[in-house]
Design a protein around this ligand. Sequence first.
Ligand code: AMP
Ligand code: GLY
Length: 419
Amino acid sequence: MKVLLIGSGGREHALAWKLAASPLLDRLYAAPGNPGIAQEAEIIDLKVADHAAVVAFCRANKIDLVVVGPEAPLVAGLADDLDAARIRVFGPKRAAAQLEGSKSFTKQLCAAHNIPTARFAEFRDADAARKHVREHGAPIVLKADGLHAGKGVIVAMTMDEALAGIDQVFAMGPEAPVVVEEFLEGEEASFFCLVDGETVAPLASAQDHKRVFDGDQGPNTGGMGAYSPAPVMTPALEARALEEIVQPTARALAAAGTPYRGVLYAGLILTREGPKLIEYNVRFGDPECQVLMPRLKDDLLTLILATCDGTLDQVSVRWHDTHAITVVLAARGYPGAYESGSEIRGLERAGEIEGVTIFHAGTKRAGDGLVAAGGRVLNVTATGRTLQEAQARAYQAVDRIDWPEGFCRRDIGWRALSK
Ligand code: AMP
Ligand code: GLY
């Protein structure tokens, strides 16, 4: 089977690494790719935003399956264009990708189908939003519509922050309504499922670390590290999330004639009343994917094909009895301004530690060497029989990497380890 993988981050390196291990795989291509993905796939020069070019490449090279890593091409309708050309694609079409592309769409769907989420109101007018915020008080949460790479949400702890935040969120997407919602208290967890339209196959849970510094301090990032499983997500809570949140969502989209096909990532807050949905993502998490793939016992390509072909009811998903952790090495300054081009050494020695795999995110080849070329640069990933063991291995590997211009959090996994 010939597969084309779309994307260039640590998530896509983890997907490429797992796809490359499949007995069904004959050839793996990737675009835009990165130096880590290049170890597993043939990197091709293809503009992903040019859907006609992607279709033409697939036809010319007899591609059997396109796996889309990030959300932007899905929200832009790449799956629609591939499907129209009868090319198999893993990832939802534009209509279903609104689950991530539009906060307002998801809140309306939750309201119509009784799916537990924060109480909310929508505003097209900043003055009306201000009035609502004054009436409800802080803490309160403001969300701009559309994709904002995780920066479209303001969790305002005070009234001053909330009032200042209103101008900010209205400036981000003036054409779409702003969602103002109730602040929920509880631990967050990421819950991943495969959805083939009808059947929902739960995968696993993970926990991200969104803040840039130790102790969950500093600004939000795309994610500084993750681990799986998340012990806070007990089997009972997983069953509730499946029954009360993910299954009704899949049924609602199928009934609307816009069935969801792909991986669905539910961002949950585990409140005292049970799991509530904070957001959906229409893709694997980054860096959560990097801790799911090393734990997945079954063949990823088989699971993806079952998702695309509507036969998820016939497969089981099995996991290794291990814990996995990933530590993000980022360029100094991230998530603000940072410099690219500094040299990274020592990856080979770091990768020799038992259970360790290093996934590339923002790296670039420069001659014989490797240099930083992004904010999040490497994902040092380790498995172990316990989370402690996985964590120790990951940081041992981090310490073998020679990159003075980089930094990482030193406390990835703390929530689970403190239990
Ligand atoms: P989102 O982009 O929707 O995932 O929001 C980013 C972050 O804001 C989440 O990971 C939460 O930490 C926080 N957040 C979003 N919505 C709420 C809410 N209703 N209550 C408390 N925190 C929230
Ligand atoms: N790690 C958070 C995300 O992928 O959205």
